[in-house]
Write a protein that binds this ligand. Structure first.
Ligand code: OOB
Length: 540
């Protein structure tokens, strides 16, 4: 193998930084503290080394223990030859190693690409390639899926990948637990630099990478912790995949670490296992997507569990129907907090002391006094107060551009730096937002965003398919289900056939169609684009 010259700033190629004047303002206002993200853990470990940082199914891990494990991971990764600024794809379930790997990478100045366990070849390959990743860290298997097989495929396709580190039985690869080691000094990390890369829900085509800095992400987590009134006595249960922005930093795992609280990790968010975890660990706060909230509420009818420790149930990721919002506190006893956030930045929360009506009908108001929110019509003009329009936003923790996506950025951001969220909202007099829909073409399937463009591309690759359109149809359990409308040459493939075809192409399970419909033609708009609204009406 030929060695490539070390390019210390290669990771910043294709990164869109905050303009210097805005960065200075965020520092002056105290939002950006100039501390590397891993300092959250370091500080907690100094202040209360013996407090439990992490609870898993087996035992408690103290702050000192996690802090030490993160140090050893950092030294081990550097010793392998992974350098500060390098990107590493991380695909781990909710296990303690998620935390030691994350903090180990942050400490070494290595940039994690935080993918979800449900991602498959199409996504992992794309993200590894786009980020130029040098390593991939995954579990051996989860359920009946073997990530080592995925690793082999990804390594064959992405030449930059030099290391495959596996948690558990490594097969032909390197065991993650053989990596940690003692070491001397760790690199200086610049807090204004990229800390980690989140994966977008995907609005068009394949998922995008979202570069979050140490400064902005630390602010996201600590300011969120403050709004949720988290203290060292709280036990936060990560029931959603830890690599997602919501359980990671809103306030989630990082916000809990920031206050020296305890994180409980859950691999399976079913009511049986979640309720048992809440009872066993005395969980005080957790976050779920709306379908799970609904399921948990219903399950209180048949599950005998002591849930009185739970003081706050956060629900976000997709619109929570008002009727379901009203059911939360009576069923679970906890205060409801609606959370409307995005990996790109802006997070809205209902406040703990908002009146119950506002909590039931709104998706919260911005986290930061410095968040700027505009609501605009199709021509980009501000709508009158209270009217519906697209949410545009910028602020101290909202990106100014996707990572390595200049063409898409020209459309997704305004010239003066606002992110076009694609979400349709209206603003209530008190500043709370009500989300009414999306202009961007994604299906929100139980909180997972399915990109229509991406799914359509894969559908079109099927030999029988001439035209394909993906639309979301209303679904009582999921919010939206994935409907693929196909115009076919001859025989219509069955749903099972189409799912098999897409799975073989490496598409994640949650993106597979739930229903298939045949059409003679697809309706189009005046300029010839497929008219999704009409399609939805036809097939609903
Ligand atoms: C969260 O982040 P992403 O990046 O997976 O998805 C963002 C999109 C938003 O643009 C919006 O379309 C939708 O998901 N969404 C909601 C919502 N929360 C997110 N739509 C309606 N009501 C809500 N409460 O999903 C996310 C990130 C941080 C915290 C919470 C959720």
């Amino acid at each position: 193998m030929t060695s490539t010259p070390i390019a210390p700033n290669a990771h910043r190629v294709g990164y869109v930084p905050f303009p210097e004047a805005d960065a200075a303002a965020h520092r002056a206002a105290g939002y950006w503290r100039g501390h590397p993200l891993d300092k959250l853990l370091r500080t907690a470990a100094r202040l209360h080394p013996h407090r439990p940082a992490l609870l898993d199914e087996v035992r408690a891990h103290s702050y000192a223990e996690i802090d030490g494990a993160a140090d050893r991971m950092a030294h081990g990764l550097l010793a392998l030859g992974i350098a500060p600024g390098d990107r590493v794809v991380v695909q781990l379930p909710n296990v303690p190693e998620f935390l030691t790997v994350l903090f180990g990478l942050l400490r070494a100045g290595i940039i994690p690409v935080l993918t979800l366990p449900a991602h498959r070849r199409a996504e992992i390959e794309h993200l590894a390639e786009l980020s130029g990743a040098v390593a991939y860290i995954a579990a051996d298997r989860v359920g009946d899926f073997d990530y080592r097989a995925l690793a082999a495929e990804v390594r064959a396709a992405v030449p930059t990948l030099r290391h495959i580190l596996v948690l558990g039985d490594p097969g032909p690869f390197t065991a993650l637990n053989s990596v940690p080691r003692e070491g001397g000094s760790l690199p200086e990390v610049d807090a204004s630099d990229i800390a980690l890369l989140l994966v977008s829900g995907g609005t068009t085509g394949l998922p995008k990478l979202i570069a979050r800095t140490h400064d902005d992400y630390a602010y996201n987590a600590t300011a969120s912790a403050e709004i949720c009134e988290l203290t060292a006595d709280d036990v936060y249960l990560a029931s959603l995949p830890a690599a997602h922005n919501f359980p990671l930093a809103c306030p989630g795992i990082l916000g809990t670490v920031a206050v020296g609280g305890t994180v409980a990790l859950l691999a399976d968010p079913s009511p049986e296992s979640a309720f048992a975890a809440i009872e066993r660990h005395g969980v005080t706060v957790t976050g779920v997507v709306p379908p799970l909230a609904q399921l948990w509420c219903a399950a209180t009818e048949w599950e005998q569990a002591e849930l009185s420790s739970l003081r706050l149930l956060q629900v976000g990721g997709a619109r929570l129907a008002e009727v379901n919002a009203r059911a939360v506190t009576p069923a679970l006893g906890a205060t409801l907090q609606q959370v409307f956030g995005m990996a790109e930045g802006l997070i809205n929360y209902t406040r703990l002391d908002d009146d119950p009506e506002t909590i039931a009908i709104s998706q919260g108001r911005p986290l930061s006094p410095a968040d700027e929110v505009r609501v605009v019509d199709g021509d980009g003009n501000d709508v009158p107060p209270g009217a519906e329009g697209e949410l545009l936003t910028k602020g101290p923790y909202t990106i100014r551009g996707y990572y390595r996506a200049p063409e898409h950025n020209a459309r997704a951001f305004t010239a003066d730096g606002y992110y076009r969220s694609g979400d349709l909202v209206r603003v209530l007099p008190g500043g709370h937002l009500v989300v009414s829909g999306r202009i961007k073409d994604v299906i929100n399937r139980g909180g997972e965003n399915v990109s229509c463009d991406e799914l359509e591309e894969h559908l079109l690759a099927h030999p029988a398919v001439r035209h394909a359109a993906a639309v979301g149809l209303p679904d009582a359990a999921l919010g939206e289900k994935v409907c693929a409308v196909l115009v076919v040459e001859e025989a219509m493939p069955t749903l099972a056939e189409v799912k098999g075809f897409l799975t073989a192409r490496g598409l994640a399970t949650y993106k597979l169609p739930d229903v298939l419909r045949r059409a003679e033609t697809l309706p189009v708009t005046a300029v010839g684009k497929i008219d999704k609204r009409a399609l939805r009406e036809i097939h609903a």
